[in-house]
Write a protein that binds this ligand. Structure first.
Ligand code: HEM
Ligand code: SF4
Length: 575
């Protein structure tokens, strides 16, 4: 019988046949090739047949269908409107102007609904048809980008908080994020073979040494944060690295492990979890540490039960002491104790213009749900014609203009105003503290609307705040179409996660800067009920809060989320 064999873990062998079917699929895929190349040539269907869609995720591609047209097409005996979402790998979200212009062209040629900035600092293109996939992937390569491991059971795009151009420390951290991404991405030749038509070459032995033939049990997310800004939500990462500074020097990172948002409402043993701080690593060693930690999860993660396969569950099953000991064995030394570092104060993007230590200017444009299409897409392209700075995608789904020369700043502001983009220069508004995931119509897991519902809900939410005089008090608000948590809802002060069309679970009480999970407050509630539930809480907050006290903190401090107060609204989260 075939056994799980990876570089350093033959002692952990388990018969492949006893593992989850996804594991068997990976094992039999010849390092992520499967029959993808053949499926792409089949012009009788818009889909890629069999299990290949699961393998394509590792290549950054999701097979989807337009759920808005499913019923009508089924009635006409047509297959669903199959299409593909392509997610790029952009470590730290850093792009040149030329790359953005290239992406815009690619979107115009191949995708529907423009470009979407994701909550992990990258771009997704929706609605690409099968016959155009290879051309699209080659066009992405031409602008110096790729989509490797943007989805799948691997190390996802490495995120990097706070504008890297702000200071020397920020630049260093961004460079480490890029190095980490490079180190952790799969190295299989399947990607260039399938998408660029490159030669298969000779050797296929041990093609992906850091992964082995089974890759990871689930996705693995790494992120770098620089206090006081927790824009990446470092406690939601499998491996979070928090910059430790001595004066203006970067000395290293405090290491956090085991964060994760996803949960199933139907399983009690599935839950969001905050990453815990377990030690310190010197700056230059961080990428290597990331590889070792990923290797531990590769070898000890649950490969039988996918719902318990994330690193957070491995840690809860085996314990932090076990983890630290295993890490020390593999690394050859123990982790140093965590060091004192600056505190996080917020997780939103900074409003207005900011000046970096090298004199260059940076400003963030607000993009609702990260979606750039139609008039906005044209306005941005018009703006970029005469723009000489760079671009950064933020983990709050906004577009940052970076590295603007001082002499150019005034002109940039005029151009933004001329093109009606001036109002987007990030205000400190509620919108700038709000995230939503894609959900309908493309996400196959969505049970309720998120991105398309956000504008309406935000309007009602703002009105309710204004009634209580809270319009100047931003609160972190996140909406997702299901409990999976793609917009990091469980870290928000207020979150809605979809349960059915028009119905959401309401979570309250996360901290403003993302270091405390919120708690379930009401289940299966519609818009009217959500506002009804928030109304008295806003009133109490308006009247009783202490100076500077944030909404989430107030709810916790005033015991408004204690079980007895909240439980009446919760029918059952697992129903
Ligand atoms: C079992 C858990 C999860 C599943 C099955 C899942 C699945 C998906 C799917 C299918 C999409 C594509 C939606 C579309 O473009 O139409 C998506 C998007 C995304 N997911 Fe997840 N997801 C899960 C958990 C998470 C978690 C916990 C995070 C991060 C905290 C996350 C981050 C993202 C991001 C950044 C996107 C891109 C779109 C966006 O920014 O909203 N996912 N996910
Ligand atoms: S949270 Fe759910 S609905 Fe939203 S993108 Fe993720 S999987 Fe889809």
């Amino acid at each position: 019988m075939k056994t799980l064999q990876t570089d350093r873990s033959s002692d952990l062998s388990q018969p492949v046949a006893t593992l989850h079917s996804n594991e068997q699929l990976k094992h039999g895929s010849n390092y992520l090739r499967g029959t993808i190349a053949i499926g792409l040539k089949n012009s009788l269907t818009g889909a890629v047949p069999g299990d290949d869609p699961l393998l394509m995720k590792f290549h950054g591609i999701y097979q989807q269908d337009n759920r808005d047209t499913r019923f009508e097409r089924a009635q006409r005996k047509l297959e669903p409107a199959f299409q593909f979402m392509v997610r790029l790998r952009i470590p730290g979200g850093i792009l040149t102007k030329t790359q953005w212009q290239g992406l815009d062209k690619i979107a115009a040629e191949f995708s529907e609904r423009g470009l979407r900035i994701t909550t992990r600092q990258t771009i997704q293109l929706h609605g690409i048809r099968k016959r155009q996939l290879q051309s699209c992937m080659r066009a992405i390569r031409e602008i110096g980008l790729d989509t490797i491991a943007a989805c799948g059971d691997d190390s996802r795009g490495v995120v990097c908080g706070a504008n890297p151009a702000l200071s020397e420390v920020h630049r260093k951290v961004a460079a480490l994020a890029k190095e980490t991404s490079q180190r952790l991405i799969p190295k299989t030749r399947a990607y260039p073979e399938i998408w660029y038509g490159e030669d298969a070459g000779n050797s296929r032995e041990n093609e992906d040494p850091a992964y082995g033939p089974l890759y990871l049990p689930r996705k693995f997310k790494v992120g770098y944060a620089i206090p006081p800004n927790n824009d990446i939500d470092v406690y939601g990462q499998d491996l979070g690295l928090i910059a430790v500074l001595k004066g203006r020097e970067l000395v290293g990172f405090n290491v956090c492990v085991g964060g994760g948002m996803g949960q199933l409402d139907t399983r009690e043993d599935s839950y969001p979890r905050l990453a815990e701080e377990v030690g310190f690593v010197e700056a230059d060693e961080a990428p290597m540490l990331a590889e070792i930690v990923m290797g531990i999860q590769r070898d000890f993660g649950d490969r039988k039960d996918r719902h318990r396969a994330r690193f957070k569950y491995t840690l809860d099953r085996l314990g932090n002491a076990w983890f630290l000991q295993t890490l020390a064995e593999r690394w050859g030394k123990p982790l140093e104790p965590a060091r004192a570092t600056a505190r996080f104060t917020h997780n939103n993007d900074m409003p207005g213009w900011q000046r970096g230590d090298n004199g260059l200017w940076h400003g963030t444009l607000y993009i609702e749900s990260g979606r750039i299409q139609g008039a906005l897409q044209d306005q941005l392209m018009g703006f970029l014609q005469h723009y000489s700075g760079d671009i950064r995608l933020t983990p709050n789904q906004n577009l940052q203009l970076t590295n603007i020369e001082p002499y150019h700043l005034e002109q940039v502001q005029w151009r933004l105003d001329d093109l009606s983009l001036g109002d987007r220069l990030l205000p400190d508004s509620q919108a700038a503290h709000t995230l939503s995931c894609v959900a309908l119509p493309t996400c196959g897991l969505a049970m309720a609307e998120a991105e398309r519902y956000l504008p309406r809900f935000l309007g009602l939410f703002n009105r309710l705040k204004a009634i209580h005089g809270l319009q100047e008090q931003p609160m972190t608000l996140r909406i997702t179409g299901c409990p999976n948590g793609c917009a990091r809802p469980y870290l928000a002060e207020i979150a809605l996660t979809g349960r059915a069309p028009g119905l959401y679970n309401l979570y309250l009480g996360g901290s403003y800067h993302g270091d405390r999970l919120n708690r379930p407050y009401a289940s299966n509630v519609n818009e009217e009920r959500i506002l009804e539930l928030l109304d008295p809480l806003f009133e109490q907050y308006a009247n009783e809060r202490r100076p500077g006290e944030k909404f989430g903190d107030f709810l916790v401090n005033a015991h408004l989320l204690d079980k007895t107060s909240a439980e009446q609204n919760i029918i059952s989260f697992s129903q």
